[in-house]
Ligand binder design. Structure first.
Ligand code: MG
Length: 268
């Protein structure tokens, strides 16, 4: 069932969006060569405690998960692209890292993801991140009251196709509200003018993700992490947005430069 939010409720969702943006900015800035994924999870966990927020992940145990997730942030490295379970891994020069984070603040959830490269980037990885971020921007630009879900979905698919990337339809975006995953589904490809009607009060997470040379994934033996079938790397971008009669509100907007212009961060 799709629940539409009142303008007052959307206002109440802003703190969750701002906090998710703050955590992703902080954790992605800390991600560097020599940093353990468990340190990044611990950092996010401490921020959650300090904020008095509630993790959406730690007890998350859907039918497809082998056990409760047990961590507070997804860390997907290189051929891992979604649902990366943080584990004892030290980041290496050139690793492509995707972070996905959802949390509940004062009873409302926000969900967002970002990809970055630690150390010296490969040009092809920066391009993949740039395309994925562009797909998200185009999808947000296509979202408007009176439009359809297909407008959003086709915008993502078009960007992927123009970049000669394959689009996977197994995992996409979703409604966001009191809980992390709700209706409607937000497919990462579709047909403009078709699908679910976009109304004021709809709050959704839009999350394009692409792999370099395949659209097939498999689940790692950890029961969570989704990896590319051919070992090629992936990138992920996600924002939670609210559709209003005054336009689209990007609840999880960050002040963070695009991949191509991002300064390299070094540990001192
Ligand atoms: Mg997410």
């Amino acid at each position: 069932m799709v629940e539409l939010r009142t303008p007052e409720e959307i206002e109440q969702m802003r703190p969750a969006g701002r906090f998710v943006a703050e955590v992703l900015t902080t954790v992605s800035a800390a991600a560097d060569v020599g940093v353990n994924l468990l340190e990044l999870d611990a950092m996010a966990h401490q921020m959650i405690k300090d904020r008095g927020a509630e993790s959406c992940y730690i007890d998350y145990h859907p039918s497809f998960g082998g056990s409760p997730f047990g961590k507070v942030i997804c860390t997907s490295v290189n051929d891992a692209v979604l649902h990366g379970l943080p584990h004892d891994y030290v980041l290496r020069d050139g690793d492509l890292l995707s972070l996905d984070f959802a949390v509940s603040v004062e009873g409302w959830v926000a969900d967002s993801a970002i990809s970055t490269v630690v150390g010296t980037p490969r040009d092809e990885d920066l391009r993949l991140i740039e395309v994925t971020e562009r797909a998200l921007r185009e999808a947000i630009a296509a979202a408007r009251v009176g439009g359809t879900m297909g407008d959003i979905s086709q915008a993502i698919g078009d960007v992927g196709r123009e970049a000669d990337l394959l689009v996977n339809l197994q995992f996409g975006g979703h409604g966001v509200g009191r809980s992390m995953h709700g209706d409607p589904h937000v497919p990462n490809d579709g047909v403009r003018g078709h699908g679910f009607p976009l109304e004021a009060g709809l709050v959704i997470a839009i999350e394009p993700w692409f792999l370099h040379t395949t659209d097939e994934i498999y689940t790692d033996e950890d029961g969570w992490t989704l990896r590319s079938a051919d070992g090629s790397r992936g990138a992920h971008a996600e924002h939670t947005i609210a559709l209003t009669d005054d336009g689209v509100l990007v609840l999880t907007a960050r002040d963070w430069p695009a991949a191509a212009t991002r300064p390299r961060l070094r540990r001192t």
